[in-house]
Ligand binder design. Structure first.
Ligand SMILES: [Zn+2]
Length: 222
């Protein structure tokens, strides 16, 4: 693979959670010009998530970080009576990771940013799935096929890159521990703007700090 042109902007799908937040800081430290994208799907936690993301972007602001582009891609009509829409019976901290699978998530997340990149001359689009991600749309087969399909659909040669694809949570947390991780947000059942402390994603978040023996700076509602 040829090394990227460091001055060429790179698109980044960022939710503001630990993984994508750390990837943002990492790419900026590498000197990349980053164009962040947030896809608003109409899901239960997004108001709090987006608010947190804006604080994180303010922390990292500088000449190499471009202004956030927000896309609307409402999924409430597709997901219907799903916990991600109404916020009831959200998978708890002891639920398996599979419980928080959002059907079609990565295909849906990628499509608008990919078209934007095509229209704006951006040739790389990054996202932060880890090697340990269990979902079918987070593995190399999906991304290779989707990249081919996108380029057939819109022309051009957009590359989908996953810098953390070979890493596990511990590696990513070690990479990001010097960043202000209290500014990241990863709860699917927030309470008054705080992490609930009880959902699957809060459980994963607590565990992430535990695996690197770091104090968890998060303010949990419970
Ligand atoms: Zn939570």
């Amino acid at each position: 693979m040829t090394s990227p042109d460091i001055d060429a902007p790179l698109g980044l799908l960022v939710s503001g959670g630990l993984d994508s937040g750390i990837l943002l800081g990492h790419l900026l430290e590498q000197g990349r010009v980053v164009q962040p994208f947030y896809v608003r799907k109409g899901l239960f936690w997004e108001t709090d998530e987006q608010r947190a993301l804006e604080k994180l972007l303010t922390h990292f602001s500088g000449p190499r970080l471009r202004p956030l582009v927000v896309f609307d891609l409402p999924l409430t009509d597709v997901y219907g009576d799903h916990w991600s829409v109404h916020g009831r019976a959200v998978p708890g901290a002891d639920s398996p990771d599979e419980a928080v699978y959002l059907p079609g998530r990565n295909a849906l997340l990628l499509i608008k940013p990919a078209v934007w990149c095509r229209l704006n001359g951006v040739q790389e689009l990054a996202l932060a799935p880890l090697g340990s991600n269990p979902f079918p749309d987070a593995g190399p087969d999906f991304f290779a096929a989707f990249e081919t399909t996108l380029n057939l659909a819109v022309g051009g040669r957009l590359r989908i890159v996953r810098p953390f694809a070979q890493l596990h949570k511990r590696d990513v947390m070690q990479l990001g521990r010097r960043f202000p991780l209290e500014l990241t947000f990863s709860c699917i059942s927030p309470q008054a703007g705080l992490h609930c402390g009880r959902c699957n994603k809060c459980g994963e978040r607590r565990q992430a700090f535990r695996v690197i023996d770091a104090a968890d700076p998060t303010r949990y509602a419970q």
